[in-house]
Design a protein around this ligand. Structure first.
Ligand code: B16
Ligand code: MG
Length: 216
């Protein structure tokens, strides 16, 4: 029986990938190489440190740990400039209705995000009130595809993985959910998220009951 829903943040609740892109692109520009939107796809769901490694690999550059730390700090400052201008109009279509309907039926709600900025974003777009538990990049030591973030989310809600559905937009996130024994709904295409139990493009015209009927 499904008793809880665990949501990824970036790409599921809000489209912050565009702000991550702009902030990383600024770094790439300053280092003199091209960083395209296609390159940015590789950074989705991946931690900040790992994202920087991928970015520098794209630019074929290497730096000292100290310099990399400085790059990551500066990128995050830039990212926060965008994030702190966000408001609830940036919540993806259908998400609020979907969550409110589940909550009205006593389904627990958790966040399972790799982002260390998750709390800032949830407050900024005014949806923190919906979450019974928030697990983010500040509370995990192993990045997706390790299932730690979702296992901690289930634990905080007092649920078993088999009682939860995870909603994810990134390949590493879908893998994390499946590795942890969760049901997983992928928000995106077959090519990257084919391992998920069900795929959809977003939260419009669907509710959690329909999803349970389809995946169980
Ligand atoms: P931060 P999610 C992930 O969030 C993003 O998809 C990924 O692109 C980003 O690098 C990562 O958070 C870390 O973000 O720099 O804010 O700590 O999709 O797991 O909600
Ligand atoms: Mg995501």
């Amino acid at each position: 029986m499904i008793k809880a829903l665990i949501f990824d943040l970036d790409g599921v609740i809000v489209d912050t990938a565009k702000y991550h892109y702009l902030a990383w692109k600024e770094l790439a520009d300053s280092l003199g190489f091209e960083f395209t939107k296609q390159h940015n796809e590789r950074l989705k769901g991946v931690s900040r440190v790992k994202s920087l490694e991928i970015l520098l690999e794209i630019g074929n550059l290497s730096f000292s740990e100290e310099k990399k730390h400085e790059f990551a700090v500066n990128k995050n400052k830039k990212y926060l400039e965008y994030v702190t201008k966000m408001d609830s109009s940036e919540i993806l279509s259908g998400v609020i209705n979907f969550i409110e309907d589940a909550k009205a039926n006593n389904i627990k709600i958790a966040l399972g995000s790799a982002s260390k900025n998750a709390m800032t974003i949830l407050k900024q777009i005014d949806i923190l009130k919906y979450f019974d538990a928030v697990i983010d990049g500040t509370s995990v030591s192993k990045a997706k595809p390790d299932p730690e973030v979702f296992l901690k989310g289930a634990e905080a809600l007092g649920m078993k993985p088999s009682e939860c559905i995870v909603f994810e937009d990134a390949q590493a996130g879908v893998e994390a959910a499946i590795n942890g024994g969760f049901y997983c709904v992928g928000i995106g295409g077959e090519e990257e998220l084919g391992e998920a139990n069900y795929l959809m493009s977003g939260f419009e015209n669907i509710n959690y009951k329909k999803i349970i009927e389809i995946i169980l």
